[in-house]
Design a binder for this molecule. Structure first.
Ligand SMILES: [Fe+2]
Length: 211
């Protein structure tokens, strides 16, 4: 048999329920605020985006056609691309392009003096989790620039972002006009450590784009 609850118990229950509802609402708001990503800053494309689709444009920049590239420090450059709510960018592609260890791009405006064994450009399709991975070298410096890798994110032919990726702790960063122009919170989004792994070094980037 139910006995009526004393008034103060009823009041306490109501307070507990109200507090619970408030906590639930604030934790939902907090969760939404946490998943809202800061957009990866856009940066100049520069003059060396390929003039024509390269014959070999896969994830492995250390192998161009039948040639293998053994210079520089072999690196995995990987990451995840999401929209601003943290949802993986389904169907998106990531393109990267960078200079060889001697600082030359596969581009006529750079004198076409690049090492033919270095692929210089690659494109991968994001997986369902929005992840990508390239095999390349830790980017090399060239006159006037700190080491960087150019990157473009597309869905189909629609370009969502053009940016550049940097090496955390490289002494050239602070002297680089393009890197140092970024706000500190934006630098953090495009600058990652290249940490030693069994087969070279590895860098991981989390990129977010307005889809
Ligand atoms: Fe560049």
């Amino acid at each position: 048999m139910n006995t009526p609850l004393p008034f103060d118990s009823v009041l306490r229950r109501r307070l507990v329920t109200a507090t619970g509802a408030f906590l639930l609402a604030s934790s939902v708001t907090q969760a939404l605020a946490q998943t809202r990503r800061r957009a990866t800053p856009s940066q100049t494309e520069g003059p060396y985006y390929p003039v024509a689709e390269p014959k070999d444009a896969d994830y492995d920049l250390l192998r161009n056609g039948t040639l293998a590239y053994a210079k520089g420090l072999a690196a995995w450059v990987q990451g995840v691309v999401t929209d601003l709510d943290g949802k993986p960018l389904a169907g998106g592609t990531v393109e990267i392009w960078q200079c060889d260890e001697a600082g030359h791009y596969d581009h006529p405006r750079d004198g076409s003096r690049n090492d033919p064994a270095f692929q210089g450009f690659g494109r991968v399709l994001l997986n369902v989790a929005g992840e990508f991975r390239f095999r390349t070298i830790r980017p090399a410096a060239y006159t006037g620039r700190t080491p960087h890798i150019h990157a473009k994110i597309k869905v189909g032919n629609r370009e969502l972002l053009t940016t550049q990726l940097y090496v955390q702790g490289d002494p050239g960063n602070a002297r680089d006009g393009i890197w140092s122009r970024l706000a500190p919170e934006d630098r953090a989004l495009v600058t990652a450590p290249f940490t030693p792994v069994a087969d070279g070094v590895r860098a991981q980037y989390a990129l977010a784009v307005g889809a």
